[in-house]
Design a protein around this ligand. Sequence first.
Ligand code: CA
Length: 226
Amino acid sequence: MPRLLIVEDEPALRHALTINLRARHYEVEAVGDGKSALRAAATRPPDLVIVDLGLPDMDGVDVIGGLRGWTNMPIIVLSARDRQSQKVDALDAGADDYVTKPFGMDELLARIRAALRRAELTDPSLEPFVRTDSFALDLAAKRAWKGESEVKLTPTEWHLVEALTRRPGVMVPSAQLLADVWGPRYEKETSYLRVYFAQLRRKLEADPSSPRHFITEPGMGYRFEP
Ligand code: CA
């Protein structure tokens, strides 16, 4: 069941979208401002975001920019602004598609399906093998090799490895990794990540003291470089 995040400040429209999309078997989280949207997306990453451009606390274009700092999840803009330049701004910021209000539910549903389909086609998580110059992973079979020798990873280590290798080169915020792997109550326990990444580097990196594949972005998060 794909998870959608709706960012819309008009309560009636937010409600109507939620009801309609749930009826189509999407899992829906709906928020009314930009800050809540960024927080929700980082804590419980959706499969797709629908964002209104006119929000009470910040511009929808900045919400898109904020999301694009760390994720390539599909983003559909929903807006009453229909000037060409405004569409271009939203698309330049990283939106995948643009629906002008007023719109028909069928049109929006078709755009959602298309965006999810494209995302899946380009989703590297569908490729279960990860190879670097120092290690190889078979994510489907849960087997790992450093050079020629097989190494054992714990379920938590696999979970972290999967969360990072799914989006090569993209920084995943620490809070999101913690929420993903340990649960939402652990978002601040960054020491867990330090311990586990030290372990992972010992097991997989050619030189664990100067890692080339599991990179720390100090104070922000972690990134996998293939
Ligand atoms: Ca609005």
